[in-house]
Design a binder for this molecule. Structure first.
Ligand code: KIV
Ligand code: NA
Length: 270
């Protein structure tokens, strides 16, 4: 199977609609990429790895080197999905030139097809600068976790006319600047619907209702592997429970000297 491309993703939106919803999950490691890839249109190497993989308190301390290492692993582990890598906080907001330097490192050193950056109208000139120079950009508006200090919390956005108008105009600005798709995070359903109906690029929702052109979740949340249950997460498995159970049975067998058994033991040559 040939790998999907950025233009193929963008073309999924025709006359304001996407026939089949786009499927996107995060992946940070090679094995997870291998397992998720056949089922996804897009794999996102999200800066959520700060909390999920490294136990950091937010995404703010995530570095470009971390994204390069995990991005390369996910590209190596996939052959079907478009791989998008997040630009971490502080590596793109300063200027379009700074953003290009960071994005070109991600593309060159990981082999990913596109980068994602948070921000709406304020980031539009940067999105235009990158797309004109061969860097496909996925935008991210609504609840933007890198702005947690300014937003004051991870609660839903777009409750109230002023905030709703701002998010809608952000979504329009990033599309006009050339983003090939936009993640809309943590917004009320009517706003997600309005953005999706008026945007000519695919709108991928997280905590933004089924009205969007596609959905993304953090894989560890969806798998029940990460201790966090915001309202928008549906647990499709209880991997945390299954891992504890396996570890507890392993521990019991080691302590009882029933592992390793006959089958796991190397025998000398007869
Ligand atoms: O970092 C991330 O995982 C993300 C998605 C949740 C959209 O940005
Ligand atoms: Na992110």
């Amino acid at each position: 199977m040939k790998r999907l491309t950025v233009p193929a993703i963008q073309r999924r939106k025709v006359e304001g609609k996407t026939e089949e919803p786009l499927v996107m999950l995060t992946a940070y490691t090679v094995r997870m990429a291998q397992l998720l890839d056949p089922h996804c249109d897009i794999l996102l190497v999200g800066d959520s790895l700060g909390q999920v993989v490294y136990g950091l308190p937010s995404t703010l301390p995530v570095t470009l080197d971390m994204m390069v290492a995990h991005g390369a692993a996910v590209v190596r582990g996939s052959y079907h999905a478009v791989v998008v890598v997040d630009m971490p906080f502080g590596t793109y907001e300063g200027s379009p030139e700074q953003a290009f330097a960071s994005a070109s490192r991600l593309l060159a050193e990981t082999g990913c097809a596109a980068i994602k950056m948070e921000g709406g109208a304020a980031m539009a000139p940067t999105i235009k600068f990158l797309t004109e120079r061969g860097v496909p950009v996925m935008a991210h508006v609504g609840l933007t976790p890198q702005a947690i200090n300014a937003l004051g919390g991870y609660g839903a956005r777009g409750r109230g006319q002023e905030e709703e108008a701002k998010i809608a105009s952000d979504a329009k600005a990033v599309a006009d600047a050339g983003a090939f798709a936009v993640v809309v995070e943590g917004v009320v359903e009517p706003l997600a619907r309005k953005i999706t109906e008026t945007s000519d690029i695919p709108v991928i929702g997280i905590g933004a209702s089924a009205a969007c052109d596609g959905q993304v979740l953090v894989a560890e949340d969806m798998l029940g592997l990460f201790e966090r249950t915001p309202r928008f997460v549906k647990r499709f498995d209880d991997m945390a429970g299954r891992i504890s159970d396996a570890a507890s049975r392993y521990a019991a067998e080691v302590r009882a000297r029933t592992f390793p058994g006959e089958e796991q033991v190397y025998l000398p040559k007869p």
